[in-house]
Ligand binder design. Structure first.
Ligand SMILES: C[S@@+](CC[C@H](N)C(=O)[O-])C[C@H]1O[C@@H](n2cnc3c(N)ncnc32)[C@H](O)[C@@H]1O
Length: 278
């Protein structure tokens, strides 16, 4: 139920369970305890679209061959919170430990493969690209270090591709990076340079899908996304990531996230940094 004679009504338990089950089975996202949040995020959209009830929207979505309504649902129900410099210690470790190893490993092909699997609005993959540019310096031109940046939310990815951020978002970034990697601000807004944009390839991808990669990754960033998944989903995803890594390849997860130490094939380097055995 949504609006009853002008009176605002909460999503019903049945509607809530239906949407939660859909999000869990298709996207791994566990919204089982998030009824108020779900209602808040969907009610205006459902009202504006004239659907009347959450169930009507879900019926239409399941019939919609174009996939447009499903995208809308996912865009509304994912949490895209992210920021530049988040968990910066990871980037220091990436530069000082991971990249020297990866450079050696890929020295023949000069093809270095980094995947950011929950790229949201772009801050994290752009940071990775900045570190790569910094690390390779003048040698960068002879390497292919393009970062693959994926997310399930098309709305977040649109913002990532635009690469425009408020001045406030860059407040903790070193001035040198701001100068190098952003165009001159317009009305207090900063846009990533075209040169840096070319270093990141944004694509929509659902982490629950089979991984389509032909080549193995040297590093995977999967930070602050598994908090939305239950432990079985997380476990299966971690195994798929393991399989897509080069021997010796690294995985970064969020610093507040955990991984079951008893059940993991990874070598634990730090609480949020893991490595596939060489
Ligand atoms: C909180 S953000 C984290 C962003 C960034 N990794 C960071 O640490 O700042 C979580 C992101 O995961 C994405 N996400 C959630 N479920 C997903 C799925 N099944 N497949 C791909 N991305 C997903 C969301 O759309 C969102 O942009």
């Amino acid at each position: 139920m949504l609006y009853d004679g002008g009176r605002k009504t909460m999503i019903t338990d049945e509607e809530f369970l239906r949407i939660a089950a859909y999000m869990k089975s298709h996207y791994g996202i566990d919204l089982g305890q998030k009824k108020v949040i779900m209602n808040g995020r969907l009610e205006n959209r459902i009202k504006a679209g004239g659907w009347g009830t959450f169930n009507n929207f879900m019926d239409a979505m399941e019939k919609d061959q174009s996939g447009k309504l499903e995208k809308e649902l996912v865009n509304q129900l994912t949490t895209n919170y992210t920021y530049f410099m988040r968990e910066f210690e990871h980037f220091e470790f990436f530069k000082s430990q991971v990249l020297p190893w990866a450079k050696k490993k890929a020295e023949k092909t000069k093809d270095l493969r980094v995947w950011c699997g929950a790229a949201s609005t772009g801050e994290e993959p752009y940071m990775i690209a900045m570190v790569l540019k910094d690390f390779f310096g003048l040698e960068h031109n002879s390497w292919d270090t393009k970062v693959l940046a994926t997310d399930v939310s098309t709305k977040a990815l649109q913002r990532a591709v635009a690469g425009t951020y408020e001045e406030e978002a860059l407040k903790d970034m070193p001035d040198q990076w701001k100068r190098h990697f952003f165009q001159k601000p317009v009305a207090g807004r900063y846009t990533v340079t075209n040169e840096l944009k070319q270093e990141v390839l944004f694509r929509q991808f659902n982490l629950m899908s089979p991984f389509p990669f032909k080549k193995k990754m040297h590093t995977v960033f999967l930070r602050n996304v598994m908090i939305y998944f239950d432990s079985k989903t997380k476990q299966e995803l971690l195994q798929k990531v393991y399989d897509c890594l080069e021997p010796g390849g690294y995985l970064f997860i969020g610093m507040t996230e955990t991984l079951d130490r008893t059940q993991t094939p990874y070598q634990i380097i730090q609480p949020s940094i893991f490595r596939k055995r060489e």
